[in-house]
Design a protein around this ligand. Structure first.
Ligand code: 4JN
Length: 448
């Protein structure tokens, strides 16, 4: 199998072997997660859960249904020949059944596969969302992460730009929900139909389309001469290259209309989108930008990306229309659009803005037996309260009170419930409200 960082089933070369095990003694294993991956201990997991809760809340507000797919897919799902980075960094390998498989680098092809699998049993339009871990295998020279979680929202079966407008509205809703405003971020919006119309006007074949988009997406990442060279190398004549680069610098829809003429779909779609943005109330969030094409080969129409206005961070999210992806997999040619929203840049943005949420562990009660022979009684009290929906940290071994108070503070317990002999004999327990210090004896069956 090609070296791609995974161990595969065969022997691993010495450079990849783990620490040597010396007979009758084991050297400490590497306790760090694999290169480019993250653990989520409680504090980090609270922030991730908070982020995902906000993703899910917005998805609920927009009437989207949650779906998920295997993180492992057939490699074929992601084999596209448009020169995308996502292809170069595919985390792929041959499994023990000699099948070519890959850790998914994105969720959209899995969505397309499932929609085709379900076929006519699905009633359109579909509004599906997913939050899934996605992978890439990148040489660690760049030290970048190899996994991230992506929130995806997709609308299948709606050819109108109303679908893209709805998707952008959902992201605006998300930003507002976590305290981000239009002065912090915006959306650059364009249509790939602009490029399509240029290729047609130079009677250049449509199969150049995807490759040209992938090259143009690198316009801010590599020198312009390199862009021109790559465009020439995929077969664009110099005249077409110059026209294309001229169009990419257009700053307004009216200017674009002058160049393209008013009859094309690109202008119509963009005008409709900006008009709908007015009605949705998010005009201040979006701007036309002819240089945005996004880097995925399958986009065919409107494309958009969320950016931080301070210009310090990479794109926050991105998406667009991909009307032919399903048909390239042998399915019906269903119209489709969607976006991906990663879990990393947004956290960097919140840190920049100083609005990361303060998330503390939440447990309502800590229950402790004062004597070892009351451990069972404490378990009974804990169970009774849990059946009433109360969260309980049950102290599971005899501990000095000082230890119990320290733990109560660390886990931010609201109440301390002590099970002591004297009270227990009266069918009572001692309850201390830890914020006020107020203490009382309460009958067990009156506890709530
Ligand atoms: N596609 C992709 C996957 C994983 C990461 Br990290 N970034 C991009």
């Amino acid at each position: 199998p090609s070296e791609n960082g995974s161990g595969g089933g065969g022997e691993r070369s010495a450079s990849l072997a783990g620490p040597p095990v010396i007979e009758n003694s084991v050297q400490k294993i590497d306790v760090n997660p694999p290169k480019g991956t993250r653990d989520f201990p409680p504090e980090e997991m609270r922030l991730r859960s908070w982020l995902f809760h906000n993703f899910r809340e917005v998805s609920r507000l927009f009437g989207f249904e949650e779906v998920d797919y295997p993180v492992l897919e057939s490699e074929a799902l992601f084999i596209r020949k448009a020169g995308e980075e996502i292809r170069d960094q595919l985390y792929c390998f041959e499994d023990r059944g000699n099948r070519r498989v890959a850790l998914r680098p994105e969720l959209t092809p899995s969505l397309a596969r499932l929609v085709i699998q379900k076929g006519k049993s699905l009633s359109l339009p579909l509004k599906w969302f997913a939050i899934g871990q996605c992978w890439r295998y990148e040489r660690m020279t760049r030290g970048r992460r190899r996994e991230h979680y992506q929130w995806n929202m997709d609308i299948i079966g709606v050819p109108e730009v109303t679908a893209e407008a709805e998707l952008i509205s959902s992201i605006v809703t998300f930003f507002k929900q976590i305290g981000i405003s239009a002065s912090d971020v915006g959306f650059k919006v364009n249509s790939r139909k602009v490029l399509q119309e240029i290729l047609r006007s130079y009677s250049l074949s449509e199969n150049l389309f995807a490759k040209v988009c992938v090259i143009i997406d690198k316009i801010e990442k590599i020198p312009i001469d390199e862009i021109k060279k790559e465009l020439n190398s995929v077969g664009m004549p110099q005249e077409g290259v110059n026209k294309l680069l001229e169009v990419l610098s257009i700053k307004s829809l009216s200017e674009l209309e002058e160049i393209l003429g008013g009859a094309g779909e690109a202008i119509a779609d963009l005008k409709q989108l900006f008009s709908l943005a007015e009605k949705f109330g998010y005009s201040e969030w979006i701007q036309f930008d002819a240089s945005v094409v996004r880097g995925l080969a399958y986009y065919t129409g409107i494309v958009f990306e969320g950016f931080d206005r301070a210009g310090k961070l990479r794109a926050i999210c991105g998406g667009g229309r991909y009307d032919h992806l399903l048909s390239t997999f042998g399915g019906d040619d269903l119209p489709a659009c969607g976006f991906g929203f990663g879990d990393a840049v947004i956290i960097e943005l919140l840190k920049e803005k100083g609005i990361l949420p303060e998330l503390i562990p939440q447990v309502e009660n800590i229950v402790c037996a004062l004597d070892h022979d009351l451990q069972g009684a404490a378990a009974t009290v804990a169970t009774m309260l849990r059946e009433k929906g109360q969260s309980i940290d049950l102290v599971l071994e005899s501990k000095p009170l000082k230890w119990v108070f320290k733990r109560a503070a660390r886990i931010n317990a609201q109440r301390l419930i002590l099970v002591g002999n004297t009270e227990w004999k009266k069918g009572m327990v001692s309850v201390k409200i830890l914020s006020s210090g107020e203490q009382s004896e309460i009958k067990i069956d009156e506890l709530e």
